[in-house]
Design a protein around this ligand. Structure first.
Ligand SMILES: CSC[C@H]1O[C@@H](n2cnc3c(O)ncnc32)[C@H](O)[C@@H]1O
Ligand code: ZN
Length: 428
C-alpha cells in the first residue's frame, strides 16, 4: 500500500484490518480469525480514495452537450437555460451517474455545488459515497432568497447524515454572481452553521476584469476585504488568474484551493500557479468541475494534467513530482474539505476509504517507480475495488450499491428531457 502519510513515498506490504467504518490495525500477517471478509490485494496497490474537491455532479447530464464556447457564453447561452428545465428526478439520476463514474475511477469523496440538494444528498446516501455538499447560491435572478432557504434546509436535513458520510458547506457561486451584501449574509450563515464556504474564484480573465471594473480590485482582494479569509474555512475553486499580491493575501487562509486543470484547459482559462501557491504553504487539492466542462470525472486525468501543465509552465520537469500530485489528489483534498482527521491517508483510526488499483497491466510494467506509474501511466479503468466508510462499493469493477444499467438508462432519459425539453431521443 501507499498510505500517503509521509512527505516522501513509502510503500509497505501489509494487511489492513477494517472494523465497521474504521481502519483498526495495519501490520504484517494480521490474524484472520473472526474476520468476515478477506480481500486479496496481490497484484494491486492500495491507496487512499481520491478526493474530488470541486464538482457539480448532476452536470454529468450535460456531458458532450454544447462544447467549445467561452465560459460565460457556455453558461449564459447554453447551461443556465438548460438548468431551468432541471427537476428533482434529473438531478438525482445525474448525480447517480456522476457517482458511478467517480467510484469506477477511484474517487471516494467529492465536493458538490448544485441545485435540488435533497436529491444530490439522497444519491450520495444511496451510492455509498462520501461528500461535502452545498446549495449553489447565485443572485442573478429572483431565485436568490429561495436558494438561501434551500442552503439552510440542506444543513438542517443532511449535516452528518448517511452515517456521517455527508457534510455540508455554504456555496456562494462566484464573486461576479453574488453582490457584496449577499456574500456577507452567506459568510454569516457559514459562521452560524460552523460550515466551510465553497466558491468559484478567479477562474477567467473576464471575471478579473469584471470585478476590477465594479470594485477596483482583484477578485481575491475583493473577498479578502469582505473578510472571507479572516476566520472561515474556504474551499476556493480554480484560482487560475491570481497575481503575486493575491497569493500573499491568501497565505495562511484556512482551507484550500481546488485546482481543476482539465476544465481550465478546455475552457481556455489559463494555468493556475500551483507550484507558487504550494511554495507559499497554501493547500492545493484537485477537482474535476462538472462533466459538462471537464468531460470526465476521472481524477487520474486531473493528476496527469496537473503534472504536465505545471512542468510546462515552469519549463522545468522537476517543478512538481509524481508523489506531490498524488498527495494533492488525496491528503491535500482532505485538508481542503476540513476532513483530514477522517480521510486522505491510510492510518489506524481513519475511515476506511480505500482503492485497490490493479497494476497487472501492460501499461503499468515494468515495475519501476510505483508513484510514477500511478500518477503518469494509470487510468480510472485500472481501479479494481473501492471501499468507502468500510463498505465495499465496487468489487472487481462491479458496483455493489447501484444497478449500473438502470443508472445509465435513467440518466439518458433525464438528459433528453432537460436538454431537448421533451422526451425524445438525441439524433445519433
Ligand atoms: C450555483 S450551482 C453551480 C453553478 O455553477 C455553474 N458552473 C458549472 N461549471 C462552472 C464553472 O466552470 N465556472 C462557473 N460556474 C460553473 C453551473 O452551471 C451551476 O449553474
Ligand atoms: Zn464549478
Amino acid at each position: 500500500m501507499l498510505p500517503m502519510t509521509t512527505d516522501v513515498p513509502r510503500i509497505q506490504t501489509v494487511d489492513i484490518l477494517i472494523e465497521g467504518s474504521t481502519i483498526t490495525n495495519i501490520g504484517e500477517n494480521l490474524p484472520e480469525e473472526g474476520v468476515d471478509v478477506i480481500i486479496d490485494a496481490v497484484g494491486k496497490v492500495v491507496l487512499p480514495g481520491f478526493i474530488n474537491c470541486h464538482n457539480h455532479g448532476a452536470m454529468s447530464l450535460f456531458r458532450g452537450y454544447s462544447l467549445d464556447l467561452r465560459l460565460m457564453e457556455w453558461l449564459s447561452q447554453k447551461i443556465w437555460p438548460a438548468e431551468e428545465r432541471l427537476d428533482a428526478d434529473a438531478v438525482y439520476w445525474g448525480t447517480m451517474l456522476a457517482a458511478a463514474e467517480m467510484i469506477k475511477s477511484g474517487t471516494t469523496t467529492f465536493a458538490d455545488m448544485y441545485f435540488f440538494m435533497d436529491e444530490v444528498a439522497q444519491a450520495v446516501k444511496d451510492s455509498g459515497m462520501r461528500a461535502a455538499l452545498c446549495q449553489g447560491l447565485l443572485f442573478i435572478d429572483d431565485q436568490g432568497e429561495r436558494r438561501l432557504q434551500s442552503a439552510q434546509k440542506l444543513f438542517e436535513n443532511w449535516q452528518g447524515k448517511a452515517d456521517g458520510r455527508i457534510t455540508t458547506m455554504v456555496g456562494p457561486h462566484a464573486p461576479h454572481t453574488c453582490p457584496p451584501d449577499k456574500l456577507k449574509e452567506v459568510m454569516d450563515m457559514a459562521r452560524c452553521f460552523d460550515c466551510p464556504i465553497h466558491i468559484h474564484l478567479a477562474e477567467t480573465v473576464e471575471e478579473v476584469e469584471h470585478i476590477f471594473h465594479h470594485y477596483g480590485k482583484s477578485p481575491v482582494k475583493y473577498l479578502y476585504d469582505l473578510g472571507m479569509f479572516e476566520d472561515h474555512h474556504c474551499l476556493l475553486a480554480h484560482a487560475v488568474n491570481v497575481s503575486r499580491d493575491d497569493m500573499y493575501l491568501l497565505r495562511g487562509f484556512r482551507g484550500g484551493i481546488s485546482h481543476n486543470p482539465v476544465s481550465n484547459q478546455k475552457l481556455g482559462c489559463g494555468v493556475a500557479p500551483v507550484v507558487e501557491l504550494r511554495k507559499m504553504g497554501i493547500t492545493v487539492a484537485l477537482g474535476t468541475d462538472g462533466a459538462g466542462s471537464a468531460s470526465t470525472l476521472d481524477m487520474f486525468e486531473e493528476i496527469k494534467a496537473t503534472a504536465w501543465m505545471q512542468k510546462n509552465r515552469a519549463a522545468d520537469p522537476t517543478a512538481i513530482k509524481a508523489y506531490d500530485v498524488l498527495r494533492m489528489a488525496t491528503i491535500e483534498g482532505a485538508k481542503a474539505l476540513g476532513l483530514e482527521q477522517e480521510v486522505g491517508t491510510i492510518e489506524v483510526g481513519k475511515r476506511a476509504d480505500l482503492i485497490l488499483v490493479d497494476v497487472e497491466k501492460p501499461h503499468l510494467y515494468p515495475r519501476t517507480d510505483i508513484c510514477a506509474l500511478l500518477a503518469y501511466s494509470a487510468n480510472g479503468a485500472d481501479v479494481d475495488t473501492v471501499i468507502i466508510h468500510g463498505q465495499v462499493v465496487m468489487e472487481q469493477r462491479r458496483l455493489r450499491c447501484m444497478d449500473e444499467k438502470e443508472v445509465l438508462r435513467k440518466a439518458q432519459r433525464a438528459a433528453c428531457r432537460v436538454i431537448l425539453g421533451q422526451q425524445s431521443e438525441f439524433p445519433i
